[in-house]
Design a protein around this ligand. Structure first.
Ligand SMILES: [Zn+2]
Length: 303
């Protein structure tokens, strides 16, 4: 195949401030236009316009999880053993890998990737530890296992017109200024390039590290108003919404303002409510599913 990911990255890598190409010289990355230096770790370039927005530890950031709160208390070992009894996910997502070496991805992402053809250069924006396929370039704010370049979605370290497609899943709700991200995606896409955005619509609050908003079809279309809409759809259906919100509602109702009780009930009611999600097998394609979908997706084309 002759696919050399490092060479491709070196060709499209740019200063996140001026978008001009950078010089790579034995681990040091230099923008001669801004006279700014960037580092790389384990061969992974790290290019933030200012200070890194993560601790670059490669670990998911701690964000007030119950583990943090109870780590130094005698209850912690009990909570820890209970966390092993975690119920299955409340969301019904049909996932399968594109090939043997890759992470499972939803049927909608697989369909999108397949529609692009073999030679398409794709960016997975907010890849975390996921590898949709080995050829896709992963970017995230920390050195997670699915990452090839570390950077900020609001100031992408790539040249203009670099990619044939950008995938952004479960990311837009965590970004303070998503307009900047949409405009960066537009900038790094080639003309005719496509974006696949998949974002929660009705879900409970989830940090990682912060949670700012939800998206409807119109919300996606307004955000990507520089693009032409190709398609819109429900990626996680109404039964998942119901399973998740019922679980959280019951845990809130029966915990009498105690965080510990809340966590315990969340596990118990997780087991009780998760089977509801399987009804999405029938409801994902319902005409009215978008009215209470757990997540919706948007595909747009740069014109
Ligand atoms: Zn520069």
């Amino acid at each position: 195949m002759g696919f050399n990911k490092n060479k491709i990255i070196a060709d499209i890598l740019a200063c996140p401030i001026c978008h001009k190409g950078v010089e790579l010289d034995s681990g040091v990355i230099f923008c001669s236009h801004c006279s700014k230096k960037f580092e790389s770790r384990k061969g992974i370039p790290i290019l933030f316009p200012g200070k890194p927005i993560s601790d670059l530890s490669g670990e998911p950031s701690a964000h007030g999880s119950f583990k943090e709160k109870f780590r130094n208390t005698p209850i912690y070992p009990i909570v820890k053993s209970l966390s092993r009894l975690s119920p299955p996910d409340s969301s019904f997502v049909r996932r399968k890998s594109l090939d043997k070496q890759s992470s499972p991805s939803s049927i909608y992402v697989r369909k999108f990737v397949r529609s692009l053809g073999r030679d398409a250069l794709i960016l997975d924006l907010g890849s975390d530890s996921r590898r949709i396929s080995q050829e896709i370039i992963g970017l995230d704010i920390d050195l997670f296992s699915g990452v090839d370049v570390v950077g900020d979605a609001e100031a992408l370290p790539f040249k203009n017109n670099s990619f044939d497609a950008v995938i952004i899943q479960d990311v837009l709700e965590h970004i303070p200024y998503p307009d900047k991200v949409a405009s960066e995606i537009h900038r790094v896409l080639k003309k005719g390039g496509k974006v696949y955005a998949d974002t929660p619509f009705i879900q409970v609050y989830h940090g990682s590290p912060k949670d700012y908003r939800r998206f409807t079809y119109e919300g996606h279309e307004t955000l990507f108003n520089k693009f032409k809409t190709v398609s819109l759809g429900v990626s996680t259906g109404p039964s998942s919404t119901f399973a998740l919100t019922l679980r959280y509602y019951l845990a809130t109702l029966f915990s009498f303002n105690s965080s510990l009780l809340f966590t315990l009930w969340l596990n118990v009611f997780g087991w009780v409510t998760f089977p509801i999600k399987y009804l999405d097998f029938f409801l994902n394609d319902h005409k009215k599913a978008y009215l209470m979908a757990s997540s919706t997706y948007y595909i747009g084309k740069k014109i």
